[in-house]
Design a protein around this ligand. Structure first.
Ligand code: FES
Length: 573
């Protein structure tokens, strides 16, 4: 008996003709009974598992749990792999491959007999890349975030994975740590399956998709090794089958209101600056008009409620035990679009109407926040005509309004060669300017914006300097770091024209980033500027350099914005 015609998979499995035979027959070699081809919704389980992505190393096991739920609800689960991006392993940077992974996901979904999708994600880029790809197909889609690791432990205290590594240089130089101490920290920082357990980019992405309405309620904070994560995975498997029946596609959930909710929530959790670039790219795929300015307008006056590193003290395990994201969403209810629909068919307001906060120090209430205005600030000025960003909650107060001379590094290689040179002219008033780390320039816009301070200043006790670049910063890092300068230096942005000793003014309250050099002088420098040689002349990297958009647009590939839906064209054999 043919499958119900309304299912997309009917076109593969439902017909009693030559191709129906082909599509069913080969799949039967895996031992599926006949009824699996008779109208069961086919659920693609898009798995970013890889042993080279340590944060996603447990997702194969999770896929089996999701399959249990899909089968229970009468679906036909089929797991498939897509490009996985291991943040700590891949070189030169996973961001170079985010768009590639999104293409893989998009084409894998569209080309196959899939009616609904579960995205199994974890490490930083695996959530936005798969979601971007899924948006361009727009099927019913539900995300199961893999969950954070248990809190790191070191010398009897908690240790945030992804945070300590930024302090290794300082710990060795200033705090007299031994190599054995560092090894102990290395081992204790990642002591269970899961992704970084600070409020870094992976945790931020998990909270982002929960706030967008793309997970079952409470998904983001559950640790990877907590049995309740598997319960969530199984329930997600059941639910996606229902979503197919209800035709609850991504575009019905990812409305402008959902994006605005995500921005508000991100401010309250002290989320990563990478949130901006990924959310912009996701909005571009689903066709919602979101701009860099929206993040400041909607998010910058939101109080910081979540006391997690790097902005605060605790870690994701503590966040989960305190009640997790539902507590935050409930606290923000007067600032959210509570009627935004979510994957379980209920609104975000309904889903989060009665959570209990079990630790007011981990999740503050709105009357006693950690900080009044916590969102990411969008800067404008002659140094960043299309914008730049800074995360005030991770910055040093006294540097938020500062004027100082630039110490310029033309590339990362230049930085490494000179930063610890005793003769480098740099002091606590200096502003480090790093060029050549944007989307086109590096290429791939790596997380290097929070470059280490020079040894001689660290030894003097200097903890922070303003650093300005066209690159990004790890969500686990902190400091007074101006990022995502657009246009970037390698395409001729004013950043390319900064010289040693130029005076730069940063005024975060006024949202201003200004290079104190006259228009005439800038014009002269522009005429003398020579674009750097492209780093690739073939393959994906060449394609990326030729097509990547600037940071203020989300650094997506220009021809990947928007979607092509789920229809397969030219299927005539
Ligand atoms: Fe994967 Fe931090 S390295 S989440």
């Amino acid at each position: 008996m043919p499958a119900a015609k309304k299912l997309r998979s009917y076109d593969w499995f439902g017909k009693n003709d030559k191709m129906g035979f082909v599509h069913r027959s080969w799949l039967r070699n895996q031992g599926y009974p006949d009824d699996y081809f008779q109208g069961r919704p086919v659920i693609g389980i898009c798995n970013t598992w890889s042993e080279l992505t340590p944060c996603n190393g447990h997702l194969r096991e999770f896929a089996e749990v999701v399959k249990r739920g899909v089968a229970e609800a009468g679906g036909f689960p089929l797991e498939f792999p897509v490009t996985s991006l291991g943040e700590t392993i891949m070189r030169p940077t996973t961001m170079l491959f985010r768009n590639l992974a999104s293409m893989d996901t998009e084409e894998s979904i569209r080309a196959n007999p899939i009616d609904g999708v579960i995205l199994l994600t974890g490490c930083d880029k695996t959530t936005p890349s798969t979601l971007m790809g899924a948006c361009s197909v727009n099927l019913p889609t539900l995300i199961v975030p893999g969950g954070p690791m248990l809190n790191g432990r070191f010398k009897g205290s908690c240790l945030g994975s992804g945070s300590f590594n930024w302090m290794v240089k300082e710990k060795l130089l200033v705090d007299n740590y031994t190599e054995a101490d560092i090894l102990e920290a290395e081992i204790g920082a990642a002591r269970s399956q899961g992704h970084c357990m600070t409020m870094g980019t992976a945790s931020t992405m998990a909270c982002m998709v929960e706030a967008l309405g793309l997970t079952l309620p409470g998904a983001a904070a559950i640790p990877a090794v907590d049995s309740r994560k598997k319960v969530l995975a199984q329930l997600s498997g059941r639910r996606i089958v229902e979503m197919v029946k209800e035709d609850l596609t991504l575009s019905k959930i990812l409305t402008r209101q959902a994006f605005e909710n995500a921005i508000v929530v991100n401010s309250a959790i002290g989320g990563s600056t990478n949130f901006i670039i990924h959310l912009l790219a996701i909005a571009g795929r689903i066709g919602v008009n979101l701009t860099l300015e929206d993040f400041d307008r909607i998010g910058s006056n939101i109080p910081l409620l979540v006391n997690l590193k790097p902005s605060g003290e605790y870690l994701m395990e503590d966040f989960y035990y305190a009640g997790g994201l539902p507590v935050v969403i409930k606290a923000l209810q007067n600032l959210l679009h509570n009627d935004a629909i979510t994957v379980n068919g209920k609104t975000i307001g309904e889903n989060n109407s009665s959570p209990v906060c079990y630790n007011n120090d981990v999740i503050r209430d709105i009357a006693t926040p950690l900080q009044e205005n916590a969102g990411i600030a969008v800067l404008k000025g002659n140094l960043c005509q299309n914008g730049a960003i800074i995360k005030p909650s991770a910055a040093t107060d006294k540097l938020m309004q500062h004027k100082g001379p630039a110490v310029v590094f033309e590339t990362m290689e230049d930085y490494h060669a000179r930063i610890d040179d005793e003769d480098l002219e740099i002091d606590e008033n200096s502003i480090i300017v790093l060029k050549g780390v944007g989307p086109v320039g590096y290429p791939g816009m790596p997380e290097v914006g929070n470059v280490d301070l020079p040894e001689k200043l660290l030894k003097k006790g200097v903890k922070d300097l303003i650093r300005i670049s066209d690159g990004r910063m790890s969500g686990t890092a902190g400091g007074t770091v101006v990022l995502h300068v657009s246009p970037e230096s390698s395409v001729g942005g004013v950043l390319a024209l900064v010289k040693n000793g130029d005076i730069i003014e940063l005024d975060v309250a006024a949202r201003r980033l200004h290079l104190n050099v006259s228009e005439d002088e800038l014009e002269r420098r522009k005429l003398a500027w020579v674009a750097p040689e492209p780093v690739a002349d073939r393959g994906y990297v060449k394609f990326y350099i030729d097509h990547v958009q600037q940071a203020h647009l989300g650094a997506d590939i220009d021809i990947l914005r928007g979607g092509s839906g789920s229809k397969v064209t030219r299927d005539l054999h």
